[in-house]
Design a protein around this ligand. Structure first.
Ligand SMILES: [Zn+2]
Length: 319
């Protein structure tokens, strides 16, 4: 990660908060010192016989880690190693030793960066302060007008839109929570309105809808009506009194039970006969009470892993 961009992003947020809260004008320089914080002890290397091998630990005191602060047998990386205790052994294995030995005096580099921050002149400092979520006046309408009911997708779309059209570049945790809560409320509200409209309009027009017959393991039998309503990536299923009984969605093989050649890249299972995406029917426990069949996920096919083929289940019959 680019350390400087990390700091400028963090400071950017801080300034945004200060501006929101105190309505002050700010102009200052932040000095950032970046320092290598690594122990300077030279350590023994009987694998590669690298004479410049250095301890990887963080500094504890006096540019040494806690271990080497207590006891340091081989000196520091910028000090000449001892001939008798160290170099004599290394020479046996490494004939190029004297060329390789580097007494790096600048072993703990440090760099200083100056970040100029000035709320009056945003362009010069090349830091976009952005706006807060509060500055978006008609946020509820913006959410309502997006024609998507999948909350995760909706969040991503809104985040992008807020950034592009309303200059809200960062969402703080509180802003993230506000947006998520608003999305949830609005999606719930829209789902309710959709369902009410749907059941009112369709109560008498059952003929136009697709009807699927389901048979459970105990040979109970009933039919469901596939609604047009699309909610969270699935169609809603009704009984013939238009009570919600479950969902119809694509069969997604997340457990990796089915070989890849029978699936899309997104793990949606394909019909072996016609290569179309297969749907599955999920009858909820509450829905099963309306239907008199067992709550379950019903599928047209099941995959036999031993024989490696799709078998018809006969528990779904499409009219
Ligand atoms: Zn150390």
């Amino acid at each position: 990660m680019n350390v400087i961009s990390f700091y400028s992003d963090s400071l950017n947020l801080l300034i945004k908060k200060l501006l929101e809260k105190y309505k002050v004008k700010l102009s200052f320089i932040v000095k950032i010192k970046i320092k290598n914080n690594r122990c300077s002890a030279r350590i023994w290397d009987n694998v590669n016989w690298d004479i410049n091998k250095r301890c990887l630990n963080h500094i504890y005191e006096n540019e040494l880690c806690s271990k080497h602060f207590k006891k340091n047998n081989f000196g520091r990386i910028n000090e000449m190693p001892d001939e008798k205790t160290m170099l004599i052994y290394y020479r046996k294995y490494n004939h190029n030793l004297d060329n390789e030995l580097k007494l790096n005096n600048n072993y703990n580099f440090s760099k200083i960066f100056n970040l100029k921050l000035n709320s009056k002149n945003k362009k010069k400092i090349n830091i976009n302060l952005g706006m807060s979520l509060k500055s978006v006046k008609n946020l509820d309408d913006i959410i309502f007008n997006e024609n998507i009911l999948n909350k995760k997708k909706l969040y991503e779309i809104l985040k992008d839109k807020l950034s592009r059209e309303h200059n809200v570049k960062h969402l703080s945790l509180a802003e993230h929570n506000t947006l998520t809560e608003k999305i949830e409320n609005i999606v719930e509200k829209k789902n309710k309105i959709n369902e009410q409209n749907y059941s009112l309009n369709n109560y008498t027009s059952k003929k136009d809808n697709q009807i699927i017959n389901l048979i459970d393991k105990e040979f109970n039998y009933n039919s469901v009506i596939v609604g047009e309503l699309y909610q969270e990536d699935c169609f809603i299923l009704y009984n013939d009194n238009f009570k919600k009984v479950g969902y119809m969605r694509y069969w997604i093989d997340d457990d990796e039970e089915i070989p890849n050649e029978f699936k899309t890249k997104d793990n949606i299972v394909l019909d072996p006969q016609n290569n179309q995406k297969i749907t599955e029917i999920d009858i909820t426990p509450q829905g099963s009470l309306f239907l008199g069949i067992l709550p379950n996920v019903y599928r047209e096919y099941e995959y036999d892993e031993d024989l490696e083929f799709f078998r018809l289940t006969n528990c779904i019959q499409k009219e």
